[in-house]
Ligand binder design. Structure first.
Ligand SMILES: [Zn+2]
Ligand SMILES: [Zn+2]
Length: 135
């Protein structure tokens, strides 16, 4: 099975995932914008098992629909590398697409919080758009 490694900027925190992503999406919500420092987050979810190398600092954030997410970022360089939905750690992990450093990574299928998308951000035509979070 194909494996991929996502790494923070300094290389201290890495996660190895196996197989193809369950889904790839972008999120334009303000929490993702401030978390990444970019104008949207690009995330790919993978099924366990996965392996984490290095130390992570955790940040717990409650989503609009009541779900909680544990974000894990590198305490040295600050990259947010991956996160889990609390209570669903055994089902999937969401990894920041940019941490794979792979411009050939599969494109997003969904766009979440499209209502907060910056006007100049253009998405592939086939991307399914949700005004907010469809969950
Ligand atoms: Zn780092
Ligand atoms: Zn978001």
């Amino acid at each position: 099975m194909r494996s991929r490694i996502a790494s923070c900027t300094c290389g201290q925190l890495r996660i190895e995932v196996k197989g193809e992503p369950q889904g790839v999406g972008v999120c334009h919500c303000f929490a993702c914008q401030s978390r990444t420092g970019s104008v949207f987050a690009a995330l790919a979810s993978f099924r366990p098992p996965y392996t984490v190398y290095g130390r992570a600092t955790e940040y717990l954030r409650k989503g609009d629909q009541g779900a909680s997410y544990t974000f894990r970022f590198c305490p040295v360089c600050g990259s947010t590398v991956f996160h889990n939905e609390v209570g669903y750690e055994d089902r999937s992990v969401a990894v920041a697409v940019g941490c794979f450093s792979d411009p050939g990574f599969p494109p997003p299928e969904v766009s979440v919080y499209d209502c907060r998308r910056h006007g100049w951000v253009d998405l592939p035509q086939a991307t399914v758009r949700y005004d907010k979070d469809p969950d």
